[in-house]
Each structure stands twice: as structure tokens, then as C-alpha cells.
Design a binder for this molecule. Structure first.
Ligand SMILES: [Zn+2]
Length: 312
């Protein structure tokens, strides 16, 4: 039953969330499979294999799910209060504004949220752009995934960072959090991030938003930035606004000014429940699967991404 539920979940777009948990072997296999099917000029191949950043002035180009980044910097893999996970993916790159914000959040988390430190998941590739595996967004260096597992009080080995699993804090029925895995510190950390002015959106599973709505108390303004989204039960996702003065960056309007704990959240829970209980498609000869969409080339991305792609 669990396998079946998971299979259904994967079919409806939770694959990105599951992907966040994949260990190094699973990730490599998936990556090779995608590469084998992509034409040479595919944007995913170009941006997914380039080892380092474009040595240009820092600039986010395009939109969160269609763009690239010039002059990205890497979050150091170790800080006093953070550790970068899944190092082989080389996705700890971002806009300097985002990297600065993550470092600041990591520094404040222990004292202000009782959270010992951040385990940092995917940020962006060295030049952003579409990825070979996982994530529709994370393309312009302004999105970052943070694990819902507190940082342990020791340095993790490279091997642990590749293969250790994060904690799923959602209850098996996907309607609320799992009390043995969720604590007030999760709320405190997400609230600390949401109160940062630059942060415009935080994505969490609808079941997590249920808990945040219940436990937030009287001060609820920050909740409007916390949006329900598929997956996001092992990690949460932080998005910051386009940096000031970067005309090439396409921003999103801020979420409307309410806590989002009413009908929108109920609809999400219903939608998620229905997706989990959708019967598995039977048989295999009935109706051919839709051919996959044509992979993007550089022509599909903003013009400036061509320079980012070829820059030394
Ligand atoms: Zn994410």
C-alpha cells in the first residue's frame, strides 16, 4: 500500500521531492539516463555539466524556472552552523545575495530558533539553468532547499552527506505533521526565514503548513510567505526577491497579505489526498504515453544566458 501510494505520488509530480532524498548512486544513475537521451545542444546538458561559474558580474537572468545566473558564488561546504549536503551534485551555487542570506540565517538559527545549524540541500548549478534531475525552479540562484533535519553536532563525512536521508516530518496520511519528528523548533526556523525581508516565498508541504497555522499564535504576518507545495516534507524551500537593480531578473509579486490558513490550505490537503489515493494506471497497451516535451536549447532561455553558458 505504501509502495503504491508512493508510486502514485511520483506520477503526479512529487518526483522532485523524492529526488531530494536520492543517494549518490540513485542520483548518478538517473543523471546518466537523462544525459543518454538528451541532444548535444540541450540547455539541461550545457548547464548540468558545466563545472564552474561564469566569471561575470553577479546577475540573476530570467525567471525562477527559466533562466540562469552570472557570477554565482558557492556557499562554503562547512560553516560553524551549516553543512552542505550531496556535494557531488555541485549545486551549492547561488547569487551572492542568497549566499549571504543563508550564512546569516545559519548564524542566527541556534540562538533565535533553537535550531543547531542548517543542513543545506540544492541551491543552483554553477551557472544556474535547468537541471538534469529534479527541480523546475532553482535556475537563477535565488532558491535554496534546507533540510528539515537539524544539523548534528559534528562534521558529517563526505559519504554521509551523499547518502544520509533527511527526516520526513509529515504524518503517513499527509494531513498533518508527525509529532515524533516535528517540533516547535521547525516553526521557529521557518518563521525566522520568513521574517527576512528579502525572502518572498517559502514552500512547505500542505501538512506542514497545517501545523504552522495551528501553532503560530497571534503573530501571523509571516505565514503569508509560507506556501503549500507538493513534496517539501523532507526539506523546505526558500526563495528571495530579485536583487535590487537587476533588470534581467523576472520577479514574482509577493503573496497576498493573509496567512493562507483558510480555504487555500484546505484545497491543497484535498488535492494532495486525492493524488495519493488515485488508482495506479492498469495495463500497458492502452494508449501510448505522451512523448516527452522537446528539450530546451539555449534559444529557449533568455538571450543573456548564451553569454553565461559560453563564458570562460
Ligand atoms: Zn527547492
Amino acid at each position: 500500500m505504501i509502495v503504491r501510494t508512493l508510486a502514485a505520488a511520483l506520477l503526479i509530480g512529487l518526483s522532485t521531492a523524492a529526488h531530494a532524498q536520492q543517494n549518490q548512486t540513485e542520483e548518478m544513475e538517473r543523471r546518466e539516463k537523462v544525459l543518454a537521451q538528451l541532444p548535444n545542444n540541450a540547455a539541461k546538458r550545457i548547464f548540468g555539466t558545466v563545472p564552474g561559474p561564469a566569471n561575470l558580474e553577479a546577475r540573476a537572468i530570467g525567471s525562477f524556472a527559466k533562466g540562469c545566473i552570472a557570477g554565482a558564488t558557492a556557499l562554503p561546504i562547512d560553516g560553524e552552523t551549516w553543512q552542505v549536503m550531496r556535494l557531488s551534485r555541485n549545486r551549492n551555487w547561488g547569487h551572492p545575495d542568497l549566499i549571504g542570506l543563508l550564512e546569516k540565517l545559519a548564524r542566527r538559527a541556534p540562538k533565535e530558533a533553537g535550531w543547531p545549524g542548517l543542513l543545506v540541500g540544492d541551491i543552483s548549478q554553477p551557472r544556474g539553468g535547468p537541471m538534469l534531475t529534479g527541480h523546475a525552479s532553482h535556475q537563477i540562484g535565488l532558491d535554496a532547499d534546507l533540510w528539515l533535519t537539524p544539523m548534528p553536532g559534528r562534521r558529517l563525512s563526505r559519504d554521509e552527506r551523499e547518502n544520509m536521508s533527511a527526516t520526513n516530518i509529515v504524518r503517513p496520511d499527509w494531513m498533518d505533521v508527525e509529532p515524533s519528528h516535528y517540533s516547535a523548533k521547525h516553526l521557529a526556523l521557518i518563521r525566522l526565514a520568513a521574517r527576512e525581508k528579502a525572502v518572498t516565498r517559502i514552500f512547505v508541504n500542505p501538512a506542514i503548513k497545517v501545523a504552522l497555522c495551528r501553532d503560530a499564535g497571534a503573530d501571523r504576518g509571516w505565514l503569508s510567505k509560507v506556501r503549500p507545495m507538493w513534496g517539501h516534507n523532507y526539506h523546505f524551500h526558500i526563495r528571495i526577491a530579485c536583487p535590487a537593480g537587476e533588470a534581467s531578473c523576472v520577479d514574482q509579486p509577493l503573496p497576498q497579505d493573509e496567512d493562507g490558513c483558510g480555504s487555500e490550505l484546505k484545497d491543497w490537503l484535498k488535492k494532495q489526498y486525492a493524488a495519493m489515493h488515485k488508482p495506479k494506471p492498469q495495463g500497458n497497451g492502452q494508449g501510448k504515453p505522451k512523448p516527452p516535451p522537446k528539450p530546451w536549447t539555449l534559444d529557449d532561455l533568455p538571450d543573456e544566458c548564451r553569454q553565461v553558458a559560453v563564458s570562460k
